[in-house]
Design a protein around this ligand. Sequence first.
Ligand code: NA7
Length: 547
Amino acid sequence: MTDENSDLLDVIIIGTGFAGVYGLHRIREAGFRVIAVEAGDDVGGCWYWNRYPGLRCDVDSLEYSYAFSEELQNEWRWSERYAPQSEIQSYIAFAADKLDLRKDIQFNTRISAATYNNDAGNWSLETEAGETLRARYVVMATGCLSVPNKPDIPGLDDFGGQLVHSVQWPKEKLDLSGKNVAVIGTGSTGVQMIPLLAKEAKHLTVVQRTPAFCVPARNQQWSDERIEFWRQNFRELRETARNSRAGVLHEYGLLPAAAIRPEDQIADLERRWIKGGPNVLYGFNDLLMNHDTNELVSDFLRGKIADAVDDPEIAKKLMPYEYPVGTKRVCVDTGYYETYNRDNVSLVDLRSEKLQQIEKDGIRTEEGFYPVDVLIMATGYDAMTGALLAIDIRTSEGKSLRTEWGKGPQTYLGLGIAGFPNMFVVTGPGSPSVFSNMVLSVEHDMDWIANCLDHLRGKDFPSFEADPNAQEAWMDHVDEVARGTLLNRAASWYRGANIEGKPQKFMPYVGGVNTYQKKCRDIADNGYEGFLIGGVSEATSAEQGAG
Ligand code: NA7
């Protein structure tokens, strides 16, 4: 290594959520000079930044945790089925300490720009503080849900009370007692926090644009027997999850609804409803393919809203009719609907009551004025592409990711992007990502990346990038699979529809975790088919790759 390259690392990982923490361990163990950079002052990613009341994961904690180490699995004891944020955050910190990762993490470092030098074959990363970091490869472990969506609501700037976005919840306790509180947004975040806010606030006003479908969590403490069962059967259970559609050990129904007698359909839905969690969505194998099946389950869930909410008018406002169930993320709730039976809670349904503006001390709609001291924006994220595009990613040959993705994201397998060599994306658009158990998917992606780096080791100035033709074919396939479902029928964040001006394109790959992981394995086994390896400039790579 020459002097001018003495600062050149093999790999820089951006982000230390579940992905970055595992990636740093995995790539370091493979013998590379690697560091991770992190904008926050601790590991955890979305579990570090988000800390609003009621925040939990909606995947069983025994599954939403690392599978690569039996030691980690055995030394950590999850307390509940759906772990709260603080416990997940502590778990990620525990893993980072156990693996001795902190010495290789640069905290409080936000990357603002990344430029690939096509001649030298390496990346320069600029930090917000003005530092430059260089590496041959960069791994974007920036997360799918990290950049807040801050919609431009008329009058928001005039609001004189306390304004809080759920993603930027204050570290110190937010005292809501005796206050008029309003929440805008009824996705998972709103649904999780609303029951708790209602207990604390003097009055809670919920502003709903589109109602969510919700299923009861029926959260519970894990018994010693359950924990022991997992410890004994850890490898088999993890393997079964990897070979499943969603990477989660749901009880997957194997038949379409039409193949089941009507009374058995309902009995099965009831049984799954009692079991709790998203189980009720997995009874029929055609929920997202068949309109009638979808209506059956949607009706069942709407009936449960009618059962839970005393006032039939409010119940009706809480019922989703405008999209098929499962095409927007289904929320896992604890006491959400019952909250609307409280005297101190009002529902503002924007479908029947247009919002006029936010004023200094409240919200004005066509129907009236709602006084507000604390306004909480539970308006979600610029999902899947937000964090990648927040960094000005370019090449010295003049390509810019923001321009390339002007009509929506393009990737090969969600892992690589044509025109941007030596950059890997973890759970990128075009991979199962948010349609899977994220921890399982980040482990898969990091293993794939580490194996690929190993394959490239020792090659002179290797440039590794997706072949544009392979990328196009993969994106066509991602589109085609989504088009065969009902998923394009909702204005969801899966399609970028929640962000004004964002190109609308269904982003996750919904062909199944099992199918996807096999595809990635086959591609690696076939000499990284569809990627171009070799040469320092894009043109040379393309020639060699085509040859
Ligand atoms: P979501 O699921 O995107 O929910 C955001 C909510 O905010 C949703 O109800 C939106 O209504 C509402 N929203 C967004 N913009 C506005 C405006 N301008 N006016 C009124 N209401 C608005 O985000 P979450 O944080 O709840 O959950 C995201 C994921 O995190 C979740 O799915 C889990 O995977 C974890 P809309 O439905 O767009 O009409």
